[in-house]
Design a protein around this ligand. Structure first.
Ligand code: UT7
Length: 340
C-alpha cells in the first residue's frame, strides 16, 4: 500500500495544500551539437559525452530574449492548467540571464502573456532558482495571500557564455520551463520543500562583470567578465554533497524513504553528478529523469523543462512521489517532493 506522507511540520501547510496544476516548456529551434563545438574550441564529442553526458544543446535566436522563452513556456503551463492568464496573481521568474538588470524579466512576461493583476519579480538563485520559486510561490498560496502563482525558470545562457573557453562553453544551453501553482485539494500536492545557501562559495561559480562590482567598460570589454566563470571540479564536489543532503532533508520532512520515490528529477548539469547521487542514495538510475543529453545545462530552466517533459510523456503518473533536487551558484540548493 502506498505510504502516506507525514503532515508538514509547518502547520499552515496542512490548512491549504498547493498543487502543480499545469506544466509547460519551450526550447529554441537551433541545435548546437558536440560536433559543431569542435569547430569553435579544441574539444571532442568523446570528451563532452564521457565527462558530462551532453550530446547537444539549444541556442536561442539573436532576437529571442529570456522573457520570450519564459512566456511561451508559461502559456503552455496555463493552457494545461486551464487557467486564464488574467487570473494569475503572482509571476516569479527564476533566471541568471534576465532581459535587463531591471525591470524584472517577470514584468516583461506579464505584458507578453496578459496578466494585468499579477505582481512580478525575478528570483536570483542561479540553477536552484526554479525550486526557490516553487517554495516562495507555495508560501503565498498556503498563507491565503494569492490563489494562482506562475513559477518560471528561463535562461539564455548563450548570451553569457565565453565561446573561447572550452571548460564552460560546451556545458550550457537555452530554454524555459514553467508551472502553475494553485490550491486544488490534495492531488498534485507539494508535500515537502527545503532550500539553502552557502555564501562562502561565491567564488567558484559566478559572473564577475556587469554588476555594480565590476561594470563593463571600454577598458575591460575584452576580458570576458560578463560570462560564466566556474571552477568545475570544486562545483562538482559541492553539487553532489548538497544535492544529496537536500534530497535526504526533503524525504525526512515528508516521512518518506527512497523506496517511496517513483521519480527523481535532478538538476541537469552532468550525468556523472546524477550517477553519483543515485549511487549514494541507493536509488536505481532508471528512476532518475535525465534529458541533459538533449539540452545541456539550462540552469534555472533545467528542472522545470524536465518536469514538463516527464509529465507530458507519462513518465510520472498521478499519485507518484516525485523528488526534484537542484544546485547552483551562490551556492544555492533546493529540493521539493510533490505527490503527482
Ligand atoms: O549548473 C551549476 C552547476 N555546474 C556543475 O554542476 C558543473 C560541475 N562540474 C562538472 O560538471 C565538471 O567538473 C566539468 C564537466 C566542468 C569538467 O569535468 P572534469 O572531469 O572535472 O574535468 P577537468 O576540469 O578536471 O578537466 C580535465 C581536463 C583538463 O585538461 P588537463 O589539465 O588535465 O590537461 C581540461 O583542460 O579536460 C580538459 N578539458 C577539456 N578537454 C576537451 C576541459 N574542458 C574540455 C573540453 N574538451 N571541452
Amino acid at each position: 500500500m502506498k505510504k502516506q506522507p507525514r503532515s508538514s511540520p509547518r502547520s499552515h501547510r496542512t490548512q491549504r495544500t498547493v498543487s502543480i496544476v499545469g506544466t509547460g516548456s519551450y526550447t529554441p529551434e537551433k541545435r548546437l551539437t558536440n560536433a559543431d563545438l569542435t569547430k569553435i574550441v579544441d574539444t571532442s564529442d568523446e570528451w563532452i559525452t564521457t565527462r558530462t553526458g551532453i550530446k547537444e544543446r539549444r541556442i536561442a535566436a539573436k532576437d529571442e530574449k529570456t522573457s520570450d522563452m519564459a512566456s511561451r513556456a508559461a502559456l503552455k503551463a496555463l493552457e494545461q492548467a486551464d487557467v486564464d492568464p488574467k487570473d494569475v496573481d503572482l509571476i516569479l521568474v527564476a533566471t541568471a540571464t534576465p532581459d535587463m538588470l531591471f525591470p524584472a524579466t517577470a514584468c516583461f512576461v506579464q505584458k507578453k502573456i496578459g496578466s494585468p493583476k499579477a505582481a512580478c519579480l525575478d528570483i536570483s538563485a542561479a540553477c536552484a532558482g526554479f525550486l526557490f520559486g516553487v517554495e516562495i510561490g507555495q508560501q503565498f498560496i498556503t498563507s491565503g495571500t494569492h490563489d494562482t502563482v506562475l513559477v518560471i525558470g528561463a535562461e539564455k545562457l548563450s548570451s553569457i557564455t565565453n565561446w573561447t573557453d572550452r571548460n564552460t562553453c560546451v556545458l550550457f544551453g537555452d530554454g524555459a520551463g514553467a508551472v502553475v501553482l494553485q490550491h486544488r485539494g490534495r492531488a498534485h500536492g507539494v508535500i515537502s520543500t527545503h532550500i539553502g545557501s552557502d555564501g562562502n562559495f561565491t567564488d567558484i561559480l559566478y559572473m564577475p562583470g556587469g554588476g555594480s562590482n565590476t561594470p563593463i567598460t571600454r577598458d575591460n570589454a575584452h576580458m570576458h567578465l560578463a560570462t560564466i566563470h566556474m571552477h568545475g571540479k570544486e562545483v562538482y564536489k559541492q553539487a553532489v554533497t548538497s544535492m544529496l543532503s537536500a534530497s535526504k532533508k526533503a524525504m525526512e520532512q515528508a516521512g518518506l524513504t527512497t523506496d517511496d520515490i517513483a521519480c527523481v528529477i535532478p538538476h541537469q548539469a552532468n550525468l556523472r553528478i546524477i550517477e553519483g547521487i543515485a549511487d549514494r542514495l541507493k536509488i536505481p538510475l532508471d528512476r532518475f529523469f535525465v534529458n541533459l543529453d538533449k539540452y545541456g545545462n539550462t540552469s534555472a530552466a533545467a528542472v522545470a523543462m524536465a518536469l514538463d517533459e516527464a509529465n507530458r510523456s507519462g513518465r510520472i503518473k498521478r499519485g507518484d512521489y516525485v523528488l526534484m533536487v537542484v544546485f547552483g551558484g551562490g551556492l544555492t540548493w533546493a529540493s521539493t517532493i510533490v505527490e503527482w
